[in-house]
Design a protein around this ligand. Structure first.
Ligand SMILES: Cc1cc2nc3c(=O)[nH]c(=O)nc-3n(C[C@H](O)[C@H](O)[C@H](O)COP(=O)(O)OP(=O)(O)OC[C@H]3O[C@@H](n4cnc5c(N)ncnc54)[C@H](O)[C@@H]3O)c2cc1C
Length: 385
């Protein structure tokens, strides 16, 4: 049997694509290695832009998500600063006439809302199916799996949202190792956060504090050695070091929990399509978490791919012109997301004292020039098109 679309991976990105396609009259099959009811990355917090909220609204997921108490914490202001130099900027939702610049949501809660929406729309996910390889002929894609008799499965188009793109033949991903790790944790302060996020650039790398529920979600970039020392430090020593890092901008940290770390690398498929296949979300690009762009770019991949598929006649699904149309449409936003994130890490996250002055100037200009601030904020909210 030839399906129209096979979606490999029903994480946040693959599930979003499936929900966009629910509006069409297509034969869509969705596969995921995780067991039903479980989420892959239960402990992760995701930074969602206002634009991402609009996508979740369109696929009917935002309302049930927002109805879960504490599931989506609004970010109403972002305070951007650098350690050891002048210059700071504040981005505010009020300046954009929006209720929030973005939201911090739990990966697990978002995944549950997406899974529920898929079930409501009659699009069941085949759980527990681990795809081992995706190959293709000019006529169709073939999805193989090691441990089920239900496969191989044939489809006009295979959309790969498995978070790595590992199984796709012909997909080339470039990798840049930052030789740094992200230390993540939950931290509490004596004063309520009032929806204010902090992004601080330090010579060792950026540090972000995102408001989430009654605490902050911390993402702290550091060398592997320093991160290890911070992981092993006592709670009191860790909080004191964090407070020193933020200087007078914040402080008063009272508690830390769930410290862990992961290595940081940029992985990017310049050409996210191969014969009859297209990669999206983390399978197409894995970005440094500095500006919270990764998930938002992935969500826009899913939405735009869904629109292209819905606008394509069934017989033309997965053919080269259709894939090229999608890839061309996403180029500016994907490359922009990489350049923006990578630029922030390399320009703002270095230890060269001479760079502090231009950095300070850039931050001051951002703060005092409303058009520059507006441009920057809109890129954060909606991406680059
Ligand atoms: C280490 C790390 C930390 C991050 N931290 C943050 C953060 O703090 N904030 C933030 O906003 N973003 C963060 N991100 C980015 C964020 O996690 C991603 O943008 C988001 O998870 C992308 O969703 P996705 O659906 O593309 O992939 P994933 O979330 O990885 O989902 C992939 C899905 O595919 C399934 N799957 C995988 N392999 C197979 C297979 N072979 N066969 C079938 N199914 C398969 C999995 O079970 C899963 O359900 C982080 C990313 C990484 C890698």
């Amino acid at each position: 049997m030839l399906h129209d679309v096979a979606i490999v991976g029903a994480g946040p990105v693959g599930a979003t694509l499936a929900l966009v396609l629910a509006d069409g009259d297509l034969d869509v099959v969705v596969l995921d290695a995780r067991p039903a009811g479980e989420s892959l990355r239960g402990d992760r917090s995701l930074a969602l832009s206002h634009g991402a909220r609009l996508i979740l609204e369109r696929i009917g997921v935002w309302a049930p998500l927002a109805a879960v108490a504490g599931a989506a914490t609004p970010i109403v202001e972002i305070d951007v600063s650098q350690a050891g130099g002048f210059g700071a900027a504040t981005l505010a939702a009020a300046d954009e006439g929006l209720p929030a610049l973005g939201y911090v949501v739990s990966y697990r809660v978002l995944q549950r809302a997406l899974d529920d929406a898929l079930a409501r729309r009659g699009l069941p996910v085949r759980h527990g199916v681990s795809v081992s390889g995706v190959t293709a002929t000019p006529a169709c894609a073939r999805v193989d799996c090691a441990d089920t008799t239900a496969l191989p499965l044939l489809a006009r188009l295979a959309a790969i949202a498995d978070g790595s793109g590992a199984a796709v033949e012909g997909l080339v991903r470039h990798r840049h190792d930052y030789r740094q790790v992200a230390l993540v944790a939950r931290v509490w302060r004596a004063n309520p956060h009032r929806g204010r996020a902090y992004e601080r650039f330090t010579p060792q790398g950026p540090v972000a504090l995102l408001p989430e529920g009654d605490h902050y979600s911390l993402v702290w970039t550091a060398t592997p050695e320093r991160a290890q020392a911070l992981l092993e430090a006592s709670d009191a020593a860790f909080l004191a070091t964090l407070a020193a890092h933020f200087g007078t901008r914040t402080g008063g940290f009272t508690r830390v929990a769930d410290r862990r770390s992961f290595p940081l690398a940029l992985e990017f498929a310049r050409q996210p399509s191969a014969l009859r296949c297209v990669a999206l979300g983390n399978a197409a690009q894995t970005l440094h978490p500095v500006a919270g762009q990764g998930f938002n770019v992935g969500l826009r991949d899913a939405y735009e791919l869904g629109q292209v598929i819905l606008d394509t006649p069934r017989d033309a699904l997965g053919d080269r012109p259709m894939l090229e149309r999608y890839v061309r449409g996403r180029r500016a936003d994907r490359f922009g997301g990489v350049a923006f994130t990578h630029g922030l890490v390399t320009i703002f996250g270095n230890d060269v004292p001479l760079a502090r002055w231009p950095r300070g100037l850039a931050l001051t200009l951002l703060d005092v020039l409303p058009p520059a601030r507006r441009l920057f904020t809109r890129a954060m909210l909606f991406g680059l098109h």
